[in-house]
Ligand binder design. Structure first.
Ligand code: C2E
Ligand code: CA
Ligand code: CA
Ligand code: CA
Length: 275
């Protein structure tokens, strides 16, 4: 029976039951999707602003569902994290991304997103080591993109594991920067190689002369720490000019290229300085 009290009514809201059912169905479908070959990677170029060349590529996971079509990571990654399926899915992403990168010019690095849960579910050093070895790729070609939730997690060993990987030559990127606590003190103690400023700051730049004070503060802080910055979500010329003027080293976004297939990416890497 439905209570009239607001709080309890919300607890039994039918939408929530639906969401729960949808989650359960997604989880069940996920378990076979990997072996059925329903996952693919999309690749988005990262451009060095000074040279206007593609110097990196981010691997972005896509699920091609037989009935529902394309499902984006925002919908299924949280489910895979909760169920633990992110461990096998994440290993597949690392292996597949590294294998793709073997066909690219040597100065083009591959960026892979890693979920905090992957640090809890096993030793990611082994997963990364296997992926690199299977592809014959040196560690210095691989960038791991982690969010600050990894650094803030109770799991203190994940920081140790990341530093180990860094010592082996893997490049660490702090993703979605500016959306969480983004404290200066942990940037000082926890060594990352690159900071990636969240696209929400860039999307608010619409007209020439528009400014984002927090973004500018981040640029001051990272400059003081000698940390190079990638701007993500650059869609317009105005945004490109802004992030260039602020001193970002690299940019990524629809202005240059949308995430594309492995085939299309290789075509773009051949002789095109700008995607
Ligand atoms: P992210 O790592 O911050 O990735 C950037 C997202 O912005 C991607 O969305 C990308 O397609 C989108 N994007 C790129 N350029 C532009 C632009 O100019 N404008 C706009 N509006 N969007 C742009 P996507 O592919 O849907 O991925 C969403 C999130 O899912 C990622 O955010 C990442 O957190 C997660 N994700 C994706 N692939 C993986 C994966 O293999 N493993 C894990 N653990 N997470 C992943
Ligand atoms: Ca990312
Ligand atoms: Ca991001
Ligand atoms: Ca994000």
């Amino acid at each position: 029976a439905k209570s009239k009290a607001r709080g309890s009514y919300r607890l039994f809201h039918p939408d929530m039951q639906r969401a729960d059912e949808a989650g359960r169905r997604l989880r069940a479908e996920l378990s076979g999707a990997l072996t059925r070959g329903e996952f693919a990677l999309a690749f988005q170029p990262i451009v060095q602003l000074a040279s206007q060349r593609i110097v990196g590529v981010e691997a972005l996971l896509r699920w091609h569902h037989p009935e529902r079509g394309l499902i984006l990571p925002a919908e299924f990654i949280p489910v895979a994290e909760e169920s633990g399926q992110i461990a096998s899915l994440g290993a597949w992403v690392l292996g597949t991304a590294c294998k793709a990168a073997r066909h690219w010019p040597e100065d083009v690095k591959i960026s892979v997103n890693v979920s905090p849960r992957q640090f809890e579910l096993g030793d990611i050093r082994l997963v990364v080591g296997d992926a690199l070895a299977a592809a014959g790729l040196p560690a210095s070609r691989l960038k791991l993109e982690v969010t600050e939730s990894v650094l803030l997690s109770q799991n203190a060993s994940s920081i140790h594991v990341l530093q180990d990987l860094r010592e082996q030559g893997v490049i660490l990127v702090l993703d979605d920067f500016g959306t969480g606590y983004s404290s200066l003190s942990y940037l000082d103690t926890f060594k990352v190689d690159i900071v990636k400023v969240d696209k929400s700051f860039i999307s608010r730049i619409r007209a020439p002369g528009d400014r984002q004070p927090i973004f500018e503060a981040i640029m001051g802080m990272t400059a003081a720490l000698n940390l190079p910055v990638t701007a993500e979500g650059v869609e317009t010329r105005v945004q490109l000019d802004y992030v260039t003027r602020l001193g970002c080293e690299w940019a990524q976004g629809y202005y240059f290229a949308r995430p594309v297939s492995e085939y299309e990416l290789r075509r773009r890497l051949q002789g095109f300085s700008r995607a």
